[in-house]
Design a protein around this ligand. Structure first.
Ligand code: ATP
Ligand code: MG
Length: 442
C-alpha cells in the first residue's frame, strides 16, 4: 500500500483517480490546488503525487519543482489535458517520473503508478545497499561530532599539505592513529603508502631493521637483503607509534634521518635516500622523558615541528553519545541486528563515565552491548559493571588519577590475564603495565 496525493482542480478527475487507486489498495488524499498540496505533503510521508499541470495559482511545474526540493524521493506524475509533447518534455526535465495524457483509463493509471512505486523502492534499496557497503568496508570514518574534533580535523587538513613532521600526543585510544591516517588521506601523498610502525612491540634490533632494513649477513638470520618500512613508504607517510619507547640507538639513527633524509640499512654501507613524511605519536609525556634523559632533546625538537594534542574523551563529553550511536550502527550491521537506541539510564552512564581507555574503550563497550541486548533498547544491564561502579565513584572530590587508579584496580580484579584487562580498558599491554606500576597495583 502506497500513499498517494492527487492534485487537480477538477473534482470529477480527483474522484475518479481516488476510486481507481483506492481500489488498487493505496491510501489516497486530494488537493484542489498546488498550495494546498504542499500543505499536505511532508518529506517522506508521500510516495507518489499525481498532479495536473494547469491550475489556478501555482501551476503543476511549480509544484513539481518545490516537491523535488523538499524530498527528491517522492515520485511525481504529471497529467495533462492536451497531451502536448512540450509539456511532457518540460515535466520530465524538472524531474517528473512520467506523464499521463488525459483522458486516461483506470488500467493505465494503475500501471504507471505501480511502475513509479517500483522504481522508488529500487532507488531506496540501492541507497540502503550503498550505505551498508560504506559501513561494512574496513575503511573507518573519522567522525567529527563536536567542536573539539572538528577543530582537530581542521588542523589536520591544514598541516596535511606540508611535509613537516607532526607529533600527535594524547592518551591511548583517543584516535591518534586514526588522525594520522586522516592527515595522510588529506595530503598530496594520499596515493602513496601509509605505513604504521609500532615502536613498542619490537625489540630494539628488530625495530632498527624493521625501520631501516638490513643487508644479507648483517646478523644471524639475515639471509638476504631486506628493505625497511621507510623505503616501503617512499612517496607516502610513516606513522611511528609510541615514539617514547624508542631505544637510544634507534633514536640517534632516526634523528640523522630526519636531518639528512638519508640512512643506511643495518649492516649496509650504501646511503639510501627516501622521501617520506613522518608522523610520530605518543601517549607519554615526551618533555618529561627528555628531562629524565630517556629521550633525546634534539630528536624531540626535530619531531615536534607541529604538535597536535588529541584530547581525552572525557574532555569532550559532547562527543560520547554521537560516537556511541555511530559504533552501535556499525556493530549492529556487523552482527546482523537492528541498531537499537540507548535507554535513558544507559545514556547517562555513558556520559558520566570517565573513559580511561577513551574512544577505543567506548567502541568495545558499545559493541559488547549490541551483542548482549535482548530488548528494544540498550539497557543499563548491557553495559559492563565497571561503568556503573565508575559512575558511582565519580564523586567530585576525586582527582582523575584517583578515578583511573580505582578503575584499573577494578578491571584487574575482574580480568584473568593482563591482556584481557588491557583489552577491557582499551589500552595496550605496555601502557597497562606502566600504569599498574605507577599506581602500585602490581
Ligand atoms: N573521530 C573518530 N571517529 C570514529 N572512530 C574513532 C575516532 N577516533 C578514534 N576512533 C576509533 O577509536 C579507536 C581508537 O583509535 P586509535 O587507534 O586511533 O587511538 P590511538 O590514540 O592511536 O590509541 P593508542 O595510543 O592505543 O595507539 C579506533 O578503533 C578508532 O577507529
Ligand atoms: Mg595508535
Amino acid at each position: 500500500m502506497a500513499r498517494i496525493l492527487v492534485v487537480d482542480d477538477d473534482r470529477n478527475i480527483r474522484r475518479m483517480l481516488g476510486a481507481t487507486l483506492e481500489g488498487a489498495g493505496h491510501r489516497v488524499s486530494e488537493a484542489d490546488n498546488a498550495e494546498r498540496a504542499l500543505e499536505l505533503v511532508a518529506p517522506g510521508d508521500t510516495d507518489v503525487v499525481l498532479s495536473d499541470i494547469r491550475m489556478a495559482g501555482m501551476d503543476g511545474f511549480g509544484l513539481l519543482k518545490t516537491l523535488k526540493q523538499k524530498g527528491p524521493a517522492v515520485q511525481v506524475i504529471m497529467m495533462t489535458a492536451y497531451g502536448s509533447i512540450p509539456d511532457a518534455v518540460e515535466a520530465m526535465r524538472f524531474g517528473a517520473y512520467d506523464y499521463l495524457p488525459k483522458p486516461f483509463s483506470a488500467e493505465h493509471i494503475r500501471r504507471v503508478v505501480s511502475r513509479a512505486l517500483e522504481v522508488k523502492e529500487l532507488r531506496a534499496e540501492n541507497r540502503r545497499l550503498k550505505a551498508e557497503v560504506e559501513l561494512l568496508s574496513e575503511r573507518e570514518v573519522f567522525l567529527t561530532a563536536s567542536g573539539a574534533s572538528r577543530k582537530l580535523a581542521e588542523t589536520a587538513a591544514q598541516v596535511a599539505a606540508s611535509d613537516a613532521t607532526i607529533l600527535l600526543t594524547g592518551e591511548s585510544g583517543t584516535g591518534k592513529s586514526m588522525l594520522s591516517s586522516y592527515i595522510h588521506s588529506k595530503s598530496p601523498r594520499k596515493d602513496g603508502p601509509f605505513i604504521q610502525v609500532a615502536c613498542t612491540t619490537l625489540s630494539e634490533h628488530l625495530l632498527e631493521s624493521e625501520l631501516f632494513g638490513h643487508v644479507r649477513g648483517a646478523f644471524t638470520g639475515a639471509i638476504k637483503d631486506k628493505p625497511g618500512r621507510l623505503e616501503a613508504a617512499a612517496g607516502g607517510t610513516v606513522l611511528l607509534d609510541e615514539i617514547g619507547d624508542l631505544s637510544p640507538v634507534v633514536q640517534s639513527k632516526l634523528l640523522y634521518f630526519l636531518q639528512e633524509k638519508t640512512f643506511e640499512r643495518v649492516g649496509g654501507a650504501a646511503t639510501i635516500k627516501v622521501d617520506v613524511r613522518i608522523i610520530a605519536a605518543t601517549n607519554q609525556n615526551l618533555e618529561q622523558l627528555v628531562q629524565q634523559k630517556r629521550f633525546r632533546e634534539d630528536l624531540y625538537y626535530r619531531i615536534n615541528v607541529i604538535e597536535i594534542h588529541v584530547p581525552a574523551l572525557r574532555e569532550r563529553p559532547a562527543e560520547i553519545l554521537r560516537l556511541a550511536v555511530h559504533f552501535i550502527e556499525r556493530a549492529a550491521l556487523r552482527h546482523k541486528k537492528n541498531p537499537l537506541p540507548l535507554s535513558a539510564e544507559a545514556q547517562k552512564t555513558l556520559t558520566t563515565y570517565a573513559w580511561p581507555g577513551n574512544i577505543r574503550e567506548l567502541k568495545n563497550v558499545v559493541e559488547r552491548a549490541v551483542v548482549l541486548s535482548r530488548d528494544d533498547s540498550i539497557a543499563l544491564s548491557d553495559l559492563p559493571d565497571r561503568l556503573l561502579a565508575g559512575a558511582r565513584s565519580s564523586d567530585q572530590s576525586q582527582t582523575l588519577e584517583e578515578i583511573e587508579r580505582r578503575h584499573i584496580e577494578l578491571v584487574l580484579e575482574q580480568a584473568v590475564t593482563l591482556e584481557e584487562a588491557a583489552d577491557m580498558l582499551g589500552i595496550n599491554v605496555a601502557t597497562l603495565w606502566r600504569k599498574r606500576r605507577k599506581y602500585g597495583l602490581d
